[in-house]
Design a protein around this ligand. Structure first.
Ligand code: SF4
Ligand code: SF4
Length: 268
């Protein structure tokens, strides 16, 4: 009699093979769905009428036309709602690539001529450099304390995914810890509600030096959809010094890993 062995028969549906595999390259774009709304790009310089309309329809006021600067989009404010690209597809496109993390808040602002204020190398290149660095430093670890400073929990869901079998961030020596006293990185979500202001500052103060602060999502970068109101501070950099800004609403796991690698690079 033939006995069914689930260990030997590695086809779909077997107990030990649920077709979920840890990705060797978590920065791979293969993991990004075709219709994922990621980064805003200008196809062409919008007309004067379009600029005025864009400033009006964007719920987070991510578009800006000032006398000092050309028409620009602030990736730190964009919640990728798609209203701008739906209205003016001839001028605006939303790529399915995530907006890159940066070390400087101003680097999230991109002008419409296509000339980027981001001085960093393309993310594929940086990702490659950082992965090499991680490999060289294998054995070293990075401890993260995550703090929710008033988020909608969308960012937390993506952060939680970092520990699932697909992304498995612990293989890089990166782990989440319960106490700020054990942490190297403070990963903050939310616009920093006024109610969380003191808790955020105390958590930061409790961390040993050197410490890194990473702002996760449009809310933490700029206030996002919550903005700057009586109840919110309009971005965590108003409370604690931020080293790396990760845009997105929410940033997908690859974007988080990229931001953490950037933070690790800064630390080393
Ligand atoms: S996709 Fe971003 S930039 Fe466009 S309208 Fe929505 S929030 Fe504004
Ligand atoms: S950035 Fe978006 S997903 Fe993250 S907390 Fe803010 S609203 Fe929620």
């Amino acid at each position: 009699m033939k006995i069914h062995n689930p260990i030997k028969n590695n086809h779909k549906g077997d107990i030990l093979d649920n077709s979920i595999y840890t990705q060797k390259d978590p920065l791979s774009e293969i993991l990004i769905p075709q219709y994922y709304r990621g980064r805003i790009v200008f196809r062409a310089e919008p007309s004067q009428h379009a600029k005025e309309m864009l400033e009006d329809i964007c719920p987070t006021k991510a578009f800006e036309k000032s006398q000092m600067r050309q028409f620009s989009v602030d990736h730190g404010k964009c919640i990728t709602c798609g209203k701008c690209s739906d209205k003016f597809p001839e001028f605006i496109n939303i790529e399915n690539k995530f907006a890159r993390s940066v070390k400087n808040r101003d680097s999230l602002i991109e002008i419409s001529t296509g000339e980027k204020t981001i001085s960093d190398k393309p993310y594929e290149e940086i990702g490659h450099d950082l992965k090499n660095k991680i490999q060289k430093l294998f054995g070293r670890s990075l401890a993260i304390r995550q703090i929710d400073a008033g988020s909608c929990n969308g960012c937390e869901i993506e952060i939680t995914a970092l520990n699932n079998p697909i992304y498995d961030i612990e293989r890089f020596g990166i782990s989440f810890v319960a106490s700020p006293r054990h942490a190297d990185v403070l990963l903050v979500t939310g616009p920093a509600s006024r109610n969380m202001e003191i808790a955020l500052k105390r958590t930061y103060d409790a961390m040993p030096d050197p410490k890194i602060v990473v702002a996760v999502g449009a809310c933490a970068c700029s206030g996002g959809i919550f903005g700057d109101t009586y109840a919110t501070t309009g971005g965590i950099d108003k409370i604690v010094p931020v080293d790396v800004f990760i845009p997105g609403c929410p940033p997908r796991p690859q974007a988080l890993i990229y931001g953490l690698f950037l933070a690790l690079n800064k630390k080393i």
